[in-house]
Design a protein around this ligand. Sequence first.
Ligand SMILES: *[C@@H]1O[C@H](CO)[C@@H](O)[C@H](O)[C@H]1NC(C)=O
Length: 470
Amino acid sequence: MGSTYTSLFITYYLLLCLSLIVWSLEARDTKAESYHSVQLSSLLPANICSHSTTEPKDKGSLRVVHRDGPCAQQVQVHKSAPTDAQILEQDQYRVNSINSRISKKSIKQTDGTTLPAKSGATIGSGNYIVTVGLGTPKRDLSMIFDTGSDLIWTQCQPCKGSCYSQKEPIFDPSKSSSYLSVSCNSDYCSGLTSATGNTPGCSAAASTCIYGIQYGDQSYSIGYLSQEKITLSASDVFDKIVFGCGQNNRGLFGGSAGLLGLGRDQLSFVQQTAKKYGRIFSYCLPSTTSATGYLTFGKASGNVKYTPLSTIARGQSFYGLNLFGISVGGIKLSIPPSVFSSSGTIIDSGTVITRLPPTAYGQLRSVFRQQMSSYPSTSALSILDTCYDLTNYSKIKIPKISFFFGSGTTVDLDFQGIMYAGSASQVCLAFAANGDDTDVTIFGNVQQKRLEVVYDVGGGRIGFGSAACS
Ligand SMILES: *[C@@H]1O[C@H](CO)[C@@H](O)[C@H](O)[C@H]1NC(C)=O
């Protein structure tokens, strides 16, 4: 009897100890789960390019660099990179332009002029660059890649109107044996209306199709619709890719040679390479302007959680997501799901700062500010209104932020995807509010940093993995 009692007692005692240990571990876990401990220096851009340890290995894989950082040396032509205020102002033009495309509202320019809605094809300020080979023999060209637009174009000789300065020599079709022009009666030519928002023109003499694409910041490219060989690697070569050979170009394309459109329209690079890659591509955007990521075409291999791809009415070339909610520092914001469903949500590689409905942003900001209240706040940086002066800190704690998407997919943002650091004295919450709750919610590229983002367009889904590049 005595021994049974003793062993029961010991068992009970052991169970108690065990549950106490489990309880204390859980308590510690919940606490650790609510914030990132971060070296401040890791948020600040460095002056030298450190190549990622996860360099592209696959054949259909390209290295991704930030337009304005030291890894894009061959691209920079201006003495100084744009300021943060300029980048954020550009970003607002892009967002205005996206909304005008979706809602057919007019684009409001800051100088008071208003562009008609049909000119509102999106881009101008895309931030990430890959190098592709064009023509025969191939010329390497640095192109901004952009999931928010469709047309592929590059500056071409002769620059009849004007060309902006780019670092690499401007493509000369007369020196390429694989160059072809597209005629006015081709389906590719009529396809321009949906890809660019503008009706194509036709050259009287040669009956060659003329494209024109304008962006919200009054950048544009005009030229001949053409076909060329595009080379990504020795085994990934594509003949007769339709692209714009731009003889009249203006804008802030950061010294890059043009744009690689990765939208959903028929003329995008994704659709034109569908036979080989099955309309699947993925990328990882590097954490800072001094690191590198990748853009891979074809099957993704990573450990990825998928959510259904949706379509935005009147914005069919955008990649839509179903966003349901957001948590900050372990606290789920009490935003009615209807706030997100009425705005609709897209994911965009070219919008820098995530835009939220004002109702959602207000809550996110208020919880974030509460949790950051021990840090000295400072003045706003352009559209970013929640900034901190962290000059006296080497290590900080940032509340974790998660996005809840359809099919139960939770995306935990990397710590690099939460703050936008101009300098140690101005580190800002990297989110902004839309003008009103009807503007589209945009999951921007700061928030995508270091995530593997898989666009399985054929399979109708978008995947997210974590810590996929440096
Ligand atoms: C940083 O520390 C110095 C010296 O203690 C102090 O004078 C300054 O106000 C602090 N700056 C901020 C932003 O807290």
